[in-house]
Structures are given as C-alpha cells and as structure tokens.
Design a protein around this ligand. Structure first.
Ligand code: ADP
Ligand code: MG
Length: 384
C-alpha cells in the first residue's frame, strides 16, 4: 500500500488536504501471556501497517471511512462516551482517552486502510489505535512520548472497547525498529531493541485462517487464574504482586498447594518468563538453534499448561517442525486460532512456504496465508 493510493482514496471521499500516519501490526517471537503478569515479551513490528489519512474539521464530528470494512462511521465528539461494539470503537476509544487527558479534538475527516490482517492475532487493533492516536495528536499539533501513547491505547482497548489486553501490542507498534525485535519488561516498561539477524534466517508467519470465539472469555479466565495463583502463593512469599515475582524454584516448592488448573497456568507463565530471558541471551550469542528450541518449548507449554492453542495451531506447528530448515515454530498472540511464527533458514524459506501451505490444506481443507516478515519501524507520520 502506498501513500499515493491513500491520498487518492481520501481525496475521492473528502475535501481538504490530509496528513498521513501509519502504525504497524506485530508478531510476538516469544513471551506469550506474560505481559499482563508483569513479565517479559519479545515482539517485533511487522512490515504491515494501518494507514490513517486525516484532515481537521471544526465541527466536533469524526467522519471515519475504513477501506477494509468499506463503511463510513460518524462519531459526535460531544457525545462520545460509550462503545457501539463496532470497528469504529478503536478510533472513538482513542479520541475518548485523549479527551479524558484534556486534549480537545476539533473534528476530522478520516480515511483508514490496513494491510495488517484483521483479527488474525497480529494486532490490527493496536495498529489502528496507534495510527489514529498519532493522527489526532498530529491535527492538534501535539506530540507525546511513545510509551504514553501506547498506554493510552491500552486504556482505550481496556476501558472503551472492553478487551483486557496487556501493554505489549501498543508498545511494539510505537517502538518497533527496522531490523530489531524489542525486549520489553512489562512492569517497568524498560526496553531494549535487539538486532535480529537477517542474512541467514527469516521470520515466517502462518495464518491458520481460523478464529475460535472462545478467545476473549478464555483470556479473561486465564487472567483470573493467574491472579488466583499469586493470591495463594503470597501466603508463602509475602510481597509478590504478580507471577513475574515468583522464580521457578519458588514455584516448585509450593506448587502442590495449588489447584491443578491454577498450577498449570502458573507454570506456563513462570517458565515462559525464563524462556524469554534465555531467548535474548541466545540471540545475543548468535545461537539461533537455541532460540528455536525455546520457541518450540513455548508452544508446548501454551498447548499443554496454558491450554490456549487449538487443533489448527497445533497442526500448523506440527507440520512446520517436520520441514527442513525450521529452527522453531510456535503459536503467537492470544491463541484459539490466528497465526504461528516460525524461525526458518533463509535458504529454505521458499520450500517451507510451499510445503506448509500444501500440507496444512491437505489436513484441514483450509488455505493458509503465509507472510515472510522483516522487523520494521513503529508508528510515524508518512512523508515528513
Ligand atoms: P487483532 O488485533 O489480532 O487483529 P482484534 O480482534 O484485537 O484482532 O482486533 C480486530 C478488530 O479491530 C476488528 O474486528 C475491527 O473491529 C478493528 N480493526 C482493525 N483493523 C481495522 C481496519 N483496517 N478497519 C476497521 N476496523 C479495523
Ligand atoms: Mg488485538
């Protein structure tokens, strides 16, 4: 998608000369379901963006057209207090949280278009929040630190849209950097951009093309189960606030006191934090084989202990692991459908893409979409 095509589409619908902002989707390499446990994550921004073309008006109305949805939505900023359970909630939610902070948006014509697959676990939602947040700030001639806008996006999704997500998606959508993945401490929001080698390996994302409706209710259940684990273990370890504060050794010394389901959820999160830390070390010593093994272990733990995988994700991962040149394969994102992420030798990528597509189709009857991705820059204005 180009700036030119966005401008043309905007001009066909609206008067005025727009500015264009973009923010990417993301893929999480490792560190899954750890963000809301104050833990560690290691995502990268995708080379797929949501573009927002925006021109200010002075009528306190937002007129928002999504090319993807082929639909226009009107939002009255003087009466923008509740979600409508509609895609426009992500845009009105950003307007809401900005106005809550004291900003006053004059009104705007907006055209948006995304090449982040929508609803596939690659965070088209955060891409939409961050691109529209940047666009609103832009027309008000305001800026704010990237982390602050990420937090506002999370607030919009939690409080306005009603999805209790952690901070990872918005944070990486703002802080992504070409050729780097981002190691984030979700408690302190300290982060480190870690170079991803691009000469010998590729990140390949495989979309299962399914999304099971269980997703958001199970997500909230997992959060509650983790909190239960913290509550029980805090009798032995006073002062712990989140699973991030419990070491594997501590966990193993008290795990027999936990109900079985809670025990498994905690084991996933605590071991996943360890794997994420180990994966950064592996990458820094250029040990990609080790990095791949940690990805595999992450998937197995999400499947067996956290129980957020599904038949299609397991099938995609199982097939990937039989293909030559695959160093690691795991589900990525919340689970119950969406995508897998694979670390594949660059020389064998073409064969990987062909083989996984045909075998996944043979087993499931579904044609997967495959994206070979490179780490890219976070949210920014285009053409300045
Ligand atoms: P994910 O973030 O993994 O893509 P979510 O369910 O969190 O999945 O967010 C997807 C939702 O975000 C869509 O159902 C839609 O409401 C909204 N959305 C994302 N991108 C767009 C877009 N380009 N146009 C309109 N709505 C979008
Ligand atoms: Mg999302």
């Amino acid at each position: 998608m180009s700036e030119k095509s966005i401008l043309e589409k905007f001009n066909a619908k609206f008067p005025g000369k727009p500015r264009v902002f973009a923010a990417p989707g993301r893929v999480n390499l490792i560190g899954e379901h750890t963000d809301y446990n104050d833990g560690f994550v290691f995502p990268m921004a995708l080379d797929r963006y949501t573009f927002v073309a925006i021109a200010a008006t002075n009528d306190r109305k937002l007129t928002v057209f999504s090319v993807n949805m082929d639909e226009t939505m009107k939002i009255d900023l003087d009466n923008n207090t509740e979600k409508r359970s509609h895609w426009s909630d992500y845009v009105s939610g950003m307007a809401f949280v900005l106005e809550e902070k004291g900003y006053r948006i004059p009104g705007a014509d907006i055209l948006l278009e995304s090449d982040v697959p929508v609803g596939s676990g690659l965070s088209s939602s955060a891409a939409l929040e961050m691109s529209s947040g940047l666009a609103f700030l832009g027309i008000m001639n305001q800026t704010m630190p990237k982390a602050d806008l990420a937090l506002l996006g999370q607030r919009a999704e939690n409080k306005f849209v009603g999805m209790n997500c952690g901070i990872m998606d918005q944070f990486i959508s703002m802080h992504g950097r070409k050729d780097h993945a981002l190691f984030l401490d979700c408690r302190s929001l300290d982060y480190q951009l870690v170079p991803l080698p691009s000469d010998n390996v590729r990140i390949v994302i495989c979309n299962t093309m399914v999304k099971h409706e269980l997703g958001s209710s199970e997500y909230n259940k997992r959060r509650a189960e983790c909190e239960k684990g913290v509550e029980i273990m805090s009798k032995d370890f006073p002062g712990i606030k989140a699973l991030r504060d419990v070491s594997l050794d501590q966990f193993e010394s008290v795990e027999s006191q936990l109900p079985d389901v809670v025990r498994r959820r905690c084991r996933h999160v605590i071991s996943e934090d360890d794997r994420t830390l180990a994966s950064i070390e592996a990458l820094q010593s250029n040990d990609l084989v080790c990095f791949g093994k940690l990805m595999n272990a992450s998937h197995d733990s999400l499947r067996d202990d956290y129980q957020v995988s599904c038949k299609e994700l397991d099938t995609m991962v199982d097939i990937a692991r039989t293909i030559p040149g695959v160093l690691g394969a795991r589900m990525t994102g919340g689970g119950f459908g969406g995508c897998t992420v694979n670390l594949v030798n660059a020389m064998q990528v073409e064969n990987f893409c062909m083989t996984i597509s045909s075998r996944y189709f043979q087993v499931t009857g579904l044609e997967p979409k495959i994206y070979v991705s490179v780490p890219s820059d976070g949210g920014h204005e285009i053409g300045v």
